[in-house]
Structure formats: structure tokens, C-alpha cells
Design a protein around this ligand. Structure first.
Ligand code: UFG
Length: 343
């Protein structure tokens, strides 16, 4: 299939482009590079041996999006584009609602006008909010996130369900990511956050490589294995394979819309991850314990059984591989995607 990957230059999108190529699909990237770099294109070509077509486009612009669909024969869309920083969404909710909701509607309009009805959407475990306990199953109800970013995911899931119900032929997979970490084994692509990382793994990696002095652990008085927060970390290469499995499953899906957790089902504390990273990198990662971060849950991990049964997909990579691959990427690219590549 020819698959439009919105946000295809970003962290999850770029790994998904690699997975699509490996599975024999052709990816076409649409990205506005607001939180990614065109340098990824050269790296994708090195990994997969083919040049990936890329369109710089603002998906909130209906005409530009429509032009993209006219320029390209497209069989399916994997919609990864969107703003994703929880803290930023609290201070800039209008930007988050406008960008994430309008771009999704614009893409959906262009899809319907051009007869494209297969969609895989990047959702998030944040849709489960604080009301449900782990392991989190897809049928948890109601969905309600604690922050505007997460709320855009809740609303978009609902929007896409309504769109699929009203327009015959649509098939939509809603992929609820847990905590994506790691990098491609080549060390050529990985997570490249702008500014101070919000998330644990890129922060730990930047401390290990010397870009930051120490990690602040957000609270060690939770009711968990060692007092620090527990999450379900999933290797981004496994996550990318989950997108391909969902894409390949769409045509045989009985429901118009189906949500799938993409997680491992295992739970790892902040200190367990930190120690695993120290072992993988051979570096010490200094840390201090600070107060709890507002809005954080003690524990969140997936019940991944639906994806296993229905998509035939399950995460295969260990915490050790997540740390080793993150370290390979970080140490080879201390300044992220703008680091110079040896030829
Ligand atoms: N943490 C620290 N110090 C840091 C950063 C994080 O101790 O500097 C801790 C957090 O308190 C938490 C754990 O590390 O216990 C994981 O935090 P992340 O910020 O890496 O991830 P979250 O689980 O908070 O959020 C992630 C994504 C969200 C998504 C959510 C879904 O960032 O986009 O998972 O569950 F919504």
C-alpha cells in the first residue's frame, strides 16, 4: 500500500516509516517540521536504502492538505502528526486544541473526498486518565484525560468514531501508546526532543551523555515497588511494528473503529529504568529526588492482550534493549538529529 504518514519525520513516525518499508509498503511523509528535522530523511534513506518522499505541509491548511492528496495516490493514512507535550498543553490549550483537532479534521476531510478510508491514529494511554487502575484495558470507560493534550486524544478518538459511523467503508484503528522509548538499532534515528526533555528516558540519556547534570526523580513516596512512578515502557521499534500490524488488519476488521493498547504489560519504576540505563551505558546517572509532578499517576501499564489476539502483535524487546538502543543513538548523536554523520 502507499501510506501517508503524517508526522513521519518525528520520533514514532520515522520508525513507522522504516517498519512500513520493511513490510513492503511505500511511505509518503507529510510533516511541518515543527518538532522534527528534515535531516531525518537522509537517515531514513540510509536505513531502508530507498529515498522517502516527503511533503512539507501544514495539515491545518485544508487547501494544502487537499493538494497533497491530489499529488499522491494514497491507500491509507497513519496519522502521527500532533503536538504532544503535556505541560505545554496546560499553558497553551488553544494551540493544542486547534492544532490537533483541526489537522485531524482536515486530514479526514481530504480522505473522504479522495476515497481514502483506512486510518491508523496515534492515540495515547493518557486517554485512560486517573479513574481506572492498571492493567488498563481498552474497554475502560469513561475516557477522560487530566490535561489538554490528552483531552485532544479523547476528543479525536470520539470524532473518528463518529466519522467512521457516518461514512460507509471507513476502518479506523486507534493505537493507545504507553511510554515509547528506545531507538532504531542502527543508531541513525531516535528521539530528538527540542529543549529540556519532558520525558524520563531522553532526560536520563542526556544526563548520561553529559548534556545535563542530574535527573530529578519526581517523587519517591508512591505506593510502588520502590516509591517511584511505574510505567509501561515500549521499544519504539515494537511500537512501529504495531502500526504495520494495525494497518494490515484494517480490511479484515469487523468493527469500523477499534482501539488497541500498544504496551508490553510490564511495569518499570523510575529507579529501575535508571539502573538499567546505567548498566547499558556504563555511565553513572546522578539524580536527586524532588516532589511529585502534578498530574502524575503512581502506576500505569497496559493490558496488551487485544493487540495480541486481534493484530497478532506483541512487544518483543526488553528493557535492556530499550536502554542499549537509546544509548547507541544518544552517544552517536549527542546533539540529536543535527549531529554530523560519519560517511
Ligand atoms: N519522571 C521523573 N523525572 C523526569 C521525567 C519523568 O521522575 O524528569 C518520571 C515521572 O514522574 C513518571 C515517569 O518518570 O513516573 C515517566 O514519566 P514520562 O514523562 O516519561 O511519561 P508519562 O507517563 O508521564 O507520560 C507519557 C507521555 C504522555 C502520555 C503518557 C501516557 O509523555 O504523552 O505517557 O500514559 F500521555
Amino acid at each position: 500500500m502507499r501510506v501517508l504518514v503524517t508526522g513521519g519525520a518525528g520520533y514514532v513516525g520515522s520508525h513507522t516509516v522504516v517498519a512500513l518499508a520493511e513490510a513492503g509498503h511505500t511511505a509518503v511523509i507529510a510533516d511541518n517540521f515543527s518538532n522534527s528535522s528534515p535531516a531525518v530523511l537522509d537517515r531514513l534513506e540510509r536505513i531502508s536504502g530507498v529515498s522517502v518522499e516527503c511533503h512539507e505541509v501544514e495539515l491545518t491548511d485544508a487547501e494544502a492538505t487537499e493538494r497533497l492528496f491530489h499529488a499522491e495516490p494514497i491507500d491509507a493514512v497513519i496519522h502521527c502528526a500532533g503536538l504532544k507535550a503535556v505541560g505545554e498543553s496546560v499553558s497553551a490549550p488553544r494551540e493544542y486544541y486547534r492544532n490537533n483537532l483541526v489537522s485531524t479534521l482536515t486530514v479526514a476531510d481530504a480522505m473522504e473526498k479522495n476515497g481514502v478510508r483506512r486510518l491508523v491514529f496515534s492515540s495515547s494511554a493518557t486517554v485512560y486518565g486517573a479513574a481506572h487502575s492498571s492493567p488498563l484495558g481498552e474497554d475502560s470507560w469513561p475516557l477522560e484525560s487530566s490535561n489538554p493534550y490528552g483531552q485532544t486524544k479523547v476528543i479525536i478518538e470520539r470524532m473518528l468514531s463518529d466519522i467512521a459511523a457516518a461514512n460507509p467503508g471507513w476502518k479506523v484503528a486507534l493505537l493507545r501508546y504507553f511510554n515509547p522509548v528506545g531507538a532504531h538499532a542502527s543508531g541513525l534515528i531516535g528521539e530528538d526532543p527540542r529543549g529540556v526533555p519532558n520525558n524520563l528516558m531522553p532526560f536520563v540519556a542526556q544526563v548520561a551523555v553529559g548534556r545535563r547534570d542530574r535527573l530529578t526523580v519526581h517523587g519517591d513516596d508512591y505506593d510502588t515497588v520502590d516509591g517511584t512512578g511505574e510505567r509501561d515502557y515500549i521499544h519504539v521499534v515494537d511500537l512501529a511494528a504495531g502500526h504495520v500490524a494495525a494497518l494490515d488488519h484494517l480490511d479484515s476488521m469487523t468493527a469500523d473503529v477499534r482501539a488497541f493498547n500498544l504496551g508490553t504489560g510490564a511495569s518499570t519504576s523510575v529507579l529501575q529504568l535508571l539502573r538499567a540505563f546505567e548498566r547499558a551505558s556504563g555511565r553513572t546517572v546522578p539524580y536527586v529526588v524532588g516532589p511529585r509532578r502534578e498530574g502524575d499517576l503512581a502506576v500505569a501499564y497496559a493490558d496488551p492482550s487485544r493487540a495480541r489476539t486481534e493484530l497478532g502483535w506483541m512487544a518483543a524487546r526488553s528493557l535492556e534493549e530499550m536502554c542499549a538502543d537509546t544509548w547507541r543513538w544518544q552517544s552517536a548523536n549527542p546533539s540529536g538529529m543535527s549531529s554530523r554523520l560519519d560517511s
